[in-house]
Design a protein around this ligand. Structure first.
Ligand code: ADP
Length: 413
């Protein structure tokens, strides 16, 4: 028979928001009454079971914060073995067990504790002692439960993070794959432009030369030479554009090593002569490149190419002189800058001009030739050498494009 009684006085203990539940397992009726009354007054709900075999039925519908087990149960049940069974699964919480014993010896005390009892109290029960022990066990239980909850939360967070990590890794793999594909596509496109454009362009170039020569003998028109020169100039520009495109391949092979700065600058200036020979614009470039005989770490093809691309723009977007300015930074780096005094670039375009095919809309004022990939190529080359091209410019006030290169440590060369 289950002897169960619940007191319902609404009397709360000082430090508890809700009544804590005690389960008392004893067949000693006077003891049960004593504990029930006293503990109820102290703010506890108390349930009493007189037989240990009733516990499984009770457990199905009830719960307790602390269990008190009388060591002397009549139905030959080993009260201690009950301790283990009584504990709920750890995820639900932890239920402390207090054994009510009669003058046990040290050995018995150890057995008790090993069986799972958290504490014991000697009979006859001194109420104040009982309260203190129950309160202590309750405090431990709350801390333990809090730990379990924190642990559970941590475990949940960990699972969530693991999930996010997996997602990020999968996304990264996908991006990597796309980037590889884009790289292959880019190289294929460059190859195609190289092969498909070059041959017809060469044919156009030689056809124009022949036509110019043939026409020269027959034409008396004074405009003839100007038109012929324009045709040659346009073919050269077209050649340059294709060259720009095919030079993108350079990026794949950039290998910075010590080179003489003077040589890199000179090669850049010389390469621009071909496309700017007609108007003698090359004379607008002001430089002291001869004096820069120090070693810098750069790619021997990429540096001249960057110079070419920046000078080409500077000449194109200004009618005035263009300065090549070299500054030394703390004896460790050189800053190479190209300054023009031309149309300039409004700040809102600065970050876009390095994007492929981006061109500032200059309205109907004047059309500038180009594809919008020169600065993209220059920046890619610069970055593969570990540097970065920066721009300072205001509309109508010219532009200053610059980048730094490390000076080679001669001792290590
Ligand atoms: P493009 O072949 O059009 O010159 P770029 O990539 O070299 O292509 O330059 C992109 C755009 O940046 C140009 O179309 C131009 O609008 C602007 N730009 C570049 N350099 C200068 C410069 N020195 N002065 C003014 N605008 C410039």
């Amino acid at each position: 028979m289950v002897s169960s009684q619940t007191y319902t006085y609404n009397q709360l203990s000082d430090n508890m928001n809700d009544r804590s539940h005690l389960l008392l397992i004893t067949h000693d009726q006077p003891l049960a009454t004593q504990i029930e009354k006293y503990m109820y007054r102290q703010g506890f709900e108390v349930q009493v079971l007189s037989k240990s075999k009733d516990i499984p039925i009770w457990q199905q519908r009830h719960w307790a914060d602390v269990i008190l087990i009388d060591n002397n149960l009549p139905d030959d049940t080993d009260a201690l073995s009950l301790c283990q069974e009584l504990r709920r699964p750890p995820t639900v919480g932890y239920i402390p067990i207090l054994a009510l014993v009669e003058n046990i010896e040290r050995k018995e005390e150890l057995t008790l504790r090993l069986s799972g009892a958290d504490d014991y109290i000697n009979k006859p029960i001194i109420e104040r002692d009982l309260l203190i022990r129950v309160m202590t066990l309750l405090r431990i239980k709350r801390q333990f439960d809090q730990l379990l909850r924190d642990n559970q939360e941590l475990a949940n967070n960990l699972v969530l993070r693991e999930h996010h990590l997996q997602q990020t890794l999968a996304r990264q793999d996908e991006l990597q794959r796309i980037s590889e594909e884009a790289k292959i596509l880019k190289m294929q496109m460059i190859d195609n432009v190289n092969h498909e454009f070059r041959t017809p362009l060469l044919q156009i170039k030689s056809a124009i030369s022949i036509l110019i020569e043939m026409g020269r003998e027959k034409s008396t028109d004074p405009q003839y030479e100007t038109v012929a020169e324009m045709a040659k100039q346009s073919v050269s520009r077209l050649e340059e554009i294709i060259e720009n495109f095919s030079r993108l391949q350079l990026i794949e092979n950039v290998k910075p090593s010590p080179i003489i700065l003077r040589d890199g600058l000179r090669q850049g200036i010389n390469s621009i002569r071909r496309s700017w020979s007609r108007r003698n614009d090359i004379r607008r470039i002001q430089h002291n490149s001869d004096q820069y005989n120090m070693l810098v770490i750069a790619d021997r093809l990429a540096l001249p190419r960057i110079m070419y691309l920046l000078l080409d723009n500077a000449l194109k977007f200004s009618d005035d002189n263009v300065d090549i300015i070299v500054d030394f930074i703390q004896h460790k780096h050189v800053r190479i800058g190209i300054r023009d005094y031309g149309i300039g670039i409004a700040p809102e375009h600065h970050k876009h001009i390095f994007e492929a095919f981006y061109q500032v809309d200059h309205g109907t004022k004047r059309k500038y030739s180009g594809l919008g990939i020169g600065l993209t190529a220059a920046q890619m080359l610069a970055e593969s050498m570990g540097t970065h091209i920066q721009v300072e410019s205001q509309l109508g006030e010219g532009s200053f494009f610059h980048f730094t290169l490390p000076l080679a440590n001669i001792d290590k060369v």
